[in-house]
Structures are given as C-alpha cells and as structure tokens.
Design a binder for this molecule. Structure first.
Ligand code: GAR
Length: 215
C-alpha cells in the first residue's frame, strides 16, 4: 500500500466534518493521517474531538494577533513545519490572505455550505430560504485568493421545504457534508485529484464548473 497522506485540519467550531474525516480514517477508507488540528478559537469543540482521537491539536487564537497578515504568517509557519500533503479547512471561519493561499496553492481545500457560486460568505442557509429557493446544498472546492471562488470539486444538493428553519436546513446540508468531504479526501490521498490552471482535475479530466455530480 502506498504511504499515508498527511493532513492538517483547520477548524473554528463544532468539528463535525473533522469527526467524519477521523471516522473515515479509522474505518480504513482513507489512507491518511491527521498530523495536526488547528483551531483559531480556544473553545472549539473540534479540539476536544481531536483530543479524544489522540490527534495533536493546538489553538492559534486570532484575537492574540495584531492583524490578519501576522496571524496568517503564524499559521503558515506552523503548517510549513508540518509539511502536509493537504490542508483541510473544515468550518474554519476566517478569510485567508492571498499570500497564505498562494503559498499553499493546490493543497488547500474548503467546504462551503451553498451551491457555489451562489451564496458566498456567511448565513447561506437563511439567504437560500429568504430567496425562496427550492434547493440548497454544499460545495467542496480548492481555495484560491477569491473568497469561496476556487474551482468546485463536488456539490451535493438538498431540498428546501416550506417550513424549514435555517437550523433544520443546515442539518440537512451537514449530513451531505459528512458524506462528500471524506470522499474528496480519498481522491486527494489516492493521487487522483489536483488543481491545474484554476481547474479541478480528477483522473486527468477537468471537472465541470459545478464539480463532480454526486447524485
Ligand atoms: C459547516 O457547515 C461548513 O460547511 C461551514 O461551517 C460548518 C462547520 O461545521 N463552513 C463555512 O461556512 C465556511 N465558510 P463543523 O465545525 O461541524 O464541521
């Protein structure tokens, strides 16, 4: 079997995506190890999940840094020491500087709770409801300097029902998140997925703009 890929996972909160990745590795479906989990918030529950799984973890608290540049420099220094194959943003709620993104270009993945390019940024579930959309979903994409704008790898769609609250919709979306993020990481760890010329390439084929159809 080829050697394990090294992942670093960045979180800010609950860490349900982190947990899905941990479980996928434990189930033998993902040939990877998580070498480090980093949170920008000291009280993120994802840090407890890392602790429980015996994974190295630390908090780089953004409130302790003067500005975005110095925070991202510290983050980049920490990650460079790890030299990961892939940096997994899993609910990491910070905008990254172009310098940071360019340094790790092609290795940075993000999961965003909308059918990109719709609803970049925050409050995606409420915005989809307010707009009267009939469907919503989640995208996994490579990170480029444009916020939530990098090439989409995969999307998963869910229906929006009439009485849905943002919380109910978020839960439906997060069920899909826990399914597709580990799958994308399988592709990465098996050497099947790369970014070239601002496109996501799977098995040497550029993926369409909406990514691999998961349904
Ligand atoms: C997830 O729903 C993820 O899509 C979203 O934060 C949540 C984190 O959940 N990410 C973003 O909004 C990024 N812009 P988790 O901490 O349980 O994995």
């Amino acid at each position: 079997m080829s050697s394990k890929s090294k992942l670093c996972v960045l979180i800010s909160g609950n860490g349900s995506n982190l947990q899905a990745i941990i479980d996928h590795i434990d189930d033998g479906k993902l040939n990877a190890e998580i070498s480090l989990v980093i949170s920008n918030k000291p009280n993120a529950y994802g840090l407890t999940r890392a602790e429980n799984a015996g994974i190295r973890h630390l908090c780089l608290d953004h409130s302790q840094y003067e500005d975005r540049e110095s925070y991202d420099q510290a983050l980049a220094d920490t990650l460079s020491q790890e030299n990961p194959d892939c940096i997994v943003l899993a609910g990491f709620m910070r905008i990254l500087t172009p310098e940071f993104v360019n340094k790790f270009s092609g290795k940075l993945l993000n999961i965003h709770p909308s059918l990109l390019p719709k609803y970049k940024g925050l409050n995606t579930h409420q915005r989809a409801i307010d707009n009267g959309d009939e469907e919503h979903g989640v995208s996994v994409h490579f990170v480029t300097p444009e916020l939530d704008g990098g090439p989409v790898i995969i999307q998963s769609r869910v229906p929006i029902f009439e009485e849905d609250t943002a919380g109910e919709l978020a839960e439906r979306v997060q069920e899909q998140e826990r399914r597709i993020y580990p799958l994308v990481l399988e592709w990465v760890c098996d050497g099947r997925l790369t970014m070239r010329d601002n496109k996501a390439i799977l098995d040497d084929n550029p993926l369409p703009e909406s990514g691999y159809a998961s349904e």
